[in-house]
Design a protein. Structure first.
Length: 222
């Protein structure tokens, strides 16, 4: 299956308007954002676990990256409430479940094989750092090579300078409204800007976004 698999193409989706699709496991549904492959695939999805649902034990051949959006996600290593950022490196395995139900951003098969750091960060308790312009705050989540992942919080009226994403950019709007010269993106919007793209973002009402940059060349070469 190929869904927005051309990483040189720009993609903008409002995930909150997308239908839920069944997964192979009862009680686990997903909204597929991009995908290249069959059930084991390089994929980005919003995944929803119903209360008391689980997924069978599986190996992350190319790694797994998760941001818990709602509820509590769990596996044999612990419980991860909303706001938790997880990275399970290539070669790791687990048997995930959710007692109360949860909603996740999940990225599969997109890690560099040398990036073997497991990350488990509760963002709701982590500090914010000053950004590059007034009104901008940043919470770094992970970095490896050219890849950088962070939460970015925009105060109302914040404007950033025009800039180029040599290694691409991916954004999920967690709250508020994100904007640039190409459009307006409310909560739940997912954007993928290709390598070499340029934009000048701002936020009139303010917003919080999850951002990944510099990762698309590694995916293309994998």
């Amino acid at each position: 299956m190929e869904l927005f698999a051309d990483l040189n193409g720009r993609v903008v989706l409002n995930t909150e308007l997308m239908p839920w699709c069944a997964s192979p496991m009862p009680g686990v549904e997903r909204r597929m954002l991009d995908r290249c492959g069959a059930e084991v695939a390089r994929a980005t999805s919003i995944v929803r676990y119903a209360p008391c649902s689980h997924f069978e034990r599986h190996v992350h051949g190319g790694g797994e990256e998760i941001l818990v959006l709602e509820g509590t996600f769990s596996d044999e290593l612990g419980d991860y409430p909303a706001g938790t950022y997880l990275r399970n490196p290539a070669g790791s395995s687990h048997a995930p479940f959710s007692a109360e139900g949860c909603t996740l951003l999940v990225k599969l098969q997109q890690m560099h094989p040398a990036d073997q750091e497991r990350v488990c960060l509760q963002t709701r308790h982590a500090p914010w750092l000053p950004g590059l312009v007034p009104g901008l705050e940043v919470m770094p989540l992970h970095g490896f090579g050219s890849e950088h992942v962070a939460l970015v919080r925009w105060a109302p009226g914040t404007v950033f300078q025009p800039h180029r994403h040599l290694g691409g950019e991916e954004i999920l709007v967690l709250s508020g409204v994100f904007q640039d010269e190409a459009g307006t993106y409310p909560t739940g919007s997912w954007l993928r800007n290709p390598p070499g793209s340029v934009h000048r973002p701002w936020s009139e009402p303010g917003c919080t976004i999850w951002v990944k940059t510099g990762h698309l060349p590694d995916v293309l070469a994998a």
